[in-house]
Design a protein around this ligand. Sequence first.
Ligand code: ADP
Length: 242
Amino acid sequence: MNQIIEYKNIGKSYQGKWVVRHCNLTINEGDFLCIVGTSGSGKTTLLKMINGLIVPDEGDITIFGTRVIDQDIISLRRKIGYAIQGDGLFPHMTVAENIGYVPRLEGAPKEEVDAIVERMLSLVGLPLDSKEKYPKELSGGQQQRVGIARAYANSPKILLMDEPFGAVDSITRYQLQEDLKHIHKQTDCTIVFITHDMHEAFKLGTHILVMHEGKIQQYGTTEEVKNHPSNDYVKQLVEMTR
Ligand code: ADP
């Protein structure tokens, strides 16, 4: 297994208060890591360190074997897909323009961008005729699918997802989870996915990271966390799914 992301004794503070501290974590290529924990436990802080949106005050984060602070941040971000809740689509761009945004920035010729857009639409189960539509003409679930397609359009090695399915109804959410599992199976992408929902984490994740008050409570395979919770906090979360 090749390691792709490594946190070494990571800490981040705001106004003198540590919001994450002493975090050590190795994520291997192809893992699907779900980060769970209460609001404010440091999940987003950890995630945003991967694409350099947040810089740690303590420790080092290494991606592809090189410290993030030693990398060209623009080129790093283009290798990392990022999808957030509420999709984050550009409202004035069509679906095709949204999905083709990063490949176009990378200088891909029009035919190649068109081919990518079509491949991505099929990957996330959207009809080809949605290409020329604007986000507001789509349902919430379809918009979220476009968000995933855009995040994945450049075939990134890493896909970051911050509660991407938080705002959709439960049926759509179920379908989006199935789509994402399919994408993960079909590709060698490493996914880091934040969720409040333990059912979702157990369904999707190969690995689970449980955060509480800025500290790692448990990090292990989904089976390990499910069958051997390391403390009462984790046990309580696991029991909620039974
Ligand atoms: P989570 O994703 O688990 O909800 P976050 O990582 O977003 O948690 O935040 C962790 C803590 O850091 C929270 O208490 C939050 O209020 C605080 N925090 C995050 N960003 C900032 C900021 N820019 N300034 C001050 N405090 C912040």
